[in-house]
Design a protein around this ligand. Sequence first.
Ligand SMILES: O=C[C@H](O)[C@H](O)COP(=O)(O)O
Ligand SMILES: C=C(OP(=O)(O)O)C(=O)O
Length: 349
Amino acid sequence: MTDIKLSDINVASYAPVVSPTNLKAALPLTGEDRERVAQYRNTVKAILDGDDPRLMVVVGPCSIHDTKAAIEYAEKLKALAPQVDDQLFLVMRAYFEKPRTTVGWKGLINDPDLDDSFNIEKGLHEARKLLIEITKIGLPLGTEALDPVTPQYLQDTITWSAIGARTTESQTHREMSSGLSSPIGFKNGTDGGLDVAVQAMQASAQPHAFLGIDPNGQVAVTQTLGNAYGHVVLRGGGGKPNYDSVSVAQAEARLTGAGLSSNIVVDCSHANSSKDPSIQPLVLDNVIHQRLDGNLAIKGVMLESHLNAGNQSLGNPADLAYGVSITDGCIDWATTEAALLKAAQQLRG
Ligand SMILES: O=C[C@H](O)[C@H](O)COP(=O)(O)O
Ligand SMILES: C=C(OP(=O)(O)O)C(=O)O
């Protein structure tokens, strides 16, 4: 009876993985790239503090599955930036971890070869390599912090982080957020509920102690200081959008009532576009008008955009169309560029 198996009954295997320190040694972020990230973060903080009047725009693919297409996208975004940067601070969406409603491809880190081979070590390398390449191109980067371990590998390259609608209520994610070095946006819940995001801001602003990993990959009691730059991301939910002026005013009142800064980012995608990507420019247009009407609580917007429009199913990776999302549908580059040029022009008055 003593050899009865009680643990790991549902675990098939373990495989050690590179430590954060060793990955960073292999793929270092150096010199002026480090200064850039620090500067980008300061800009986002200044936007959230109301000291920089520009609108932050987190824009890019729903998920990155092809690093070549991501570089091509980054080069286009970089070329657009100087045409709008008097009004818009562009941050490229670089999402490598996808939260799934049930199951599905969980992102480039989890399965970089898109074939259920789950070469997570390769995924970490590819993600970090790409983040460094895009930093060198000269763009700030935004990502979803989903797995509580991955920030140790990537966070030094990140200007803005998000906690997704499916994890905003999770204590683990609030604890992790309290130690993240970047400002952090909390999505409202998938049911549209704002309370979880407000509570996440309250929780993550405080110090926490929890089990995490240290830079050497050692499990460690992690004590954090609290993240002062939490804010809400309105993404709609429960079958309804929440980007309209009434919903935004309600969110503002809720935040102020809780003693929090009334900083709001509007996600033009997800339930705010009923997952129809072609609606995103209309949502953006509405938000720009709210800003022009004097609503300065709206500090940013998010757009899901790729080189080409729509999305495609992930079947045989060799058959995938280039530059098309394999998760949520996106607007194409031409639509993105036109929408952002228009937004900047409108904001100039
Ligand atoms: O943003 C992407 C998706 O909306 C999110 O990952 C959930 O995807 P799913 O409902 O297709 O699993
Ligand atoms: C998963 C995402 O959004 P949400 O958490 O709002 O569904 C996303 O932005 O990729």
